[in-house]
Ligand binder design. Structure first.
Ligand code: KMT
Ligand code: NI
Length: 242
């Protein structure tokens, strides 16, 4: 593993099995863990979110594209109903390399990150730097990120530097724009339509986490028959649509 930025950038896929030591320790503290499960952050710490203009009504995907003349905020309650989870993290104290890292307890010095990992079973992590010289195939990836899609697994992003927008659909198919930035750890449920764009700063660096061997495949809309979509609609759309 290296932090060097002079080498050819790689988007490594490194699967790291949890070490027996860590497993043993977890078992020993199982009861305690039940009590110390990391709660999500209070509403006031969540990222700002707002309803955005419809596609075709704006020119620049990297702009805020708020409704006008009046901004229409999206509440944390609405985000939670759509299945979003959020933790505010300390991205100042704990530093991460610019490139891929294996998910190793020694690298993850942040006890809160370790607790969330253990609570939710995240066994893999790497770093993605959305910057032309650090992301191979930058132009195609930027385009693909902004195509509306789902995944067949949860999307977990811990923003360790920079900022950007995740757009998700509300139950009536309107876009909600979520402004994520350094210190934000957010998860989108499996089957949730979304897209990502940089903001006008044009830089974001994120840790991507995963349960098991990572699969980042996007399934572009429409995916109404995809099992992950069906599950999402059952759990988050049908139940809450007025
Ligand atoms: C994604 O899946 O859209 C990304 O990984 C984008 C960069 S991380 C904020
Ligand atoms: Ni995605």
């Amino acid at each position: 593993m290296t932090n060097s930025t002079t080498e050819e950038p790689v988007e490594e896929i490194v699967v790291v099995e949890k070490e027996p030591e860590a497993k043993k320790q977890k078992t020993m503290t199982e009861t305690k863990k039940e009590l110390t499960t990391t709660p999500e952050s209070p509403d006031e710490e969540w990222p700002e979110a707002w309803y955005m203009l419809k596609d075709g009504e704006y020119d620049d995907q990297k702009a805020e594209n708020r409704m006008s003349p009046e901004n229409k905020p999206c509440s944390v309650g609405e985000l939670k109903k759509l299945g979003i989870a959020y933790w505010k993290m300390d991205a100042e104290t704990y530093k991460y390399p610019a490139k891929a890292i294996p998910w190793d307890p020694k690298d993850a010095a942040d006890p809160k990150l370790m607790a969330i990992r253990d609570d939710r079973g995240y066994s893999y992590a790497d770093i993605i730097s959305v910057k032309p010289d650090l992301l191979p195939g930058y132009d195609e990836k930027i385009k693909a990120f902004f195509e509306e899609h789902i995944h067949d697994a949860e999307e977990i992003r811990y923003i360790i530097d920079g900022s950007g927008y995740f757009d998700i659909r509300d139950t009536h198919n309107n876009w909600i724009r979520i402004h994520i930035k350094k210190g934000d750890l957010m998860t989108l449920p499996e089957g949730c339509y979304h897209r990502f764009t940089c903001d006008t700063t044009d830089f974001i660096q994120a840790m991507r986490l995963f349960i098991g061997a990572p699969v980042w495949t996007p399934f572009n809309r429409p995916q109404e028959q995809h099992p992950s979509r069906i599950d999402y609609v059952t759990n988050y759309i049908d139940n809450v649509t007025a």
